[in-house]
Design a protein around this ligand. Structure first.
Ligand SMILES: Cc1cc2nc3c(=O)[nH]c(=O)nc-3n(C[C@H](O)[C@H](O)[C@H](O)COP(=O)(O)OP(=O)(O)OC[C@H]3O[C@@H](n4cnc5c(N)ncnc54)[C@H](O)[C@@H]3O)c2cc1C
Length: 322
């Protein structure tokens, strides 16, 4: 029987959303291929939410030196797990951390890595799908190697569709004492006081150049307050200095997959779409009926945002009062 091994990245005692989304891909793939599925968690704590996931086996590598991130120790630990398990496919979410150490692991194990995938299909061979040219084209990737390492893009699969189960739990000791450290990570950048992590937002209102000037952002702030939504933007809004860079969505900003993405006065350029097209429900408000955002929107409103946004805010506020 074939084997899939999924790395489940945890932060502050819980699995990250991207790790859970990638684990959903692993569950689906294991079912499609009828492969055995194992999950791996590093560090002292094994979250209950991970213990409840459907898989055959959960491997807990408890070494205290894996409590915080160090690429060479993570590579050595996963290499040891893979030597024991011999998986055909190793899967992880494509986080900043994973994109740092997984290619090293692939290099060390001399196996291919297919990074930042958005899906797979079986026809009849296993084909990985990843975006190229800023999301303009989906490329099919097939590997002929016996083992492959794959990472999945944030939002490619839905964590709310994870299946629960009762896996057997195995504690694994890994000797990391001989690992020579060349890289020592500094402070985690997401821990800085002002950084905004939009990847966890359930509702996002994203504003584009159509807002025309900074002062007019107040109508978007008012709607965001009523909707309890995070504010995001296209690149020009950040370039003009109207919003901080942390709020930019797209190829040079954040990748998000909220339940609701309300795109207001933005055209939906490919560099923007690449960061938000996996959102659950996309609603676009644009006065140009031919704006590309309408091609991926679930609901489209062709209107002047300055007319519709205040009306929407009032209507939602009244509904909340009722
Ligand atoms: C290497 C590279 C990386 C990039 N990275 C990013 C990125 O990460 N994120 C990103 O967003 N972009 C990125 N861009 C820029 C991208 O190509 C687009 O230029 C940008 O997304 C356009 O932003 P916009 O939609 O706000 O503006 P525009 O394309 O100018 O669109 C404004 C829209 O507002 C509408 N509008 C105007 N007035 C109103 C009104 N009153 N009511 C309703 N609608 C109105 C217009 O019809 C129009 O569709 C990148 C570009 C490059 C080359």
């Amino acid at each position: 029987m074939g084997k899939i091994l999924a790395y489940i990245q945890c932060a502050n005692g819980d699995p990250t959303r991207n790790a859970l989304e990638a684990f959903r891909a692993a569950q689906l793939l294991a079912a499609d291929l009828e492969y055995q599925l194992s999950g791996t968690v590093f560090g002292a704590h094994l979250p209950d939410s991970v213990k409840a996931l459907k898989m055959d086996q959960l491997i807990h590598v408890q070494s205290p030196s894996l409590m915080s991130y160090t690429p060479e120790l993570f590579v050595a630990a996963m290499d040891a797990v893979m030597k024991t398990e011999s998986p055909d496919i190793m899967i992880a979410g494509h986080t900043y951390q994973v994109r740092d150490w997984l290619p090293r692991l692939a290099g060390q194990r001399n196996c291919p890595m297919v990074s930042d995938c958005i899906g797979y299909h079986i026809d009849p061979e296993l084909i990985w799908v990843r975006q190229v040219f800023q999301g303009k084209i989906n490329a099919d990737v097939v590997t002929s190697a016996e083992q492959v390492i794959v990472s999945f893009q944030s939002g490619a699969y839905r964590a709310d569709q994870l299946e629960n189960g009762n896996p057997s739990i195995r504690a694994m000791e890994v000797d990391l004492s001989q690992v020579t450290l060349h890289v020592r990570p500094g402070e985690k950048f997401q821990d800085t006081k002002d950084s905004i992590d939009l990847s966890h937002a359930e509702r996002i209102i994203s504003v584009g150049r159509g807002i025309s000037e900074e002062a007019k952002l107040s109508i978007i702030h008012e709607l965001a307050a009523v909707l309890d939504a995070e504010l995001a933007s296209s690149r020009p809004v950040v370039d003009y200095g109207w919003l901080e860079h942390d709020r930019q969505v797209g190829s040079s900003g954040q990748t998000v997959s909220p339940k609701l993405y309300l795109a207001v006065g933005l055209s939906g350029a490919i560099q923007h779409q690449v960061g938000m097209k996996n959102s659950g429900c996309i609603v676009a408000i644009n006065k140009d009926a031919h704006a590309p955002i309408f091609e991926i929107a679930d609901y489209g409103v062709v209107a002047d945002l300055f007319e519709i946004i205040p009306q929407l805010t009032t209507a939602l506020a009244e509904r909340q009062k009722a």
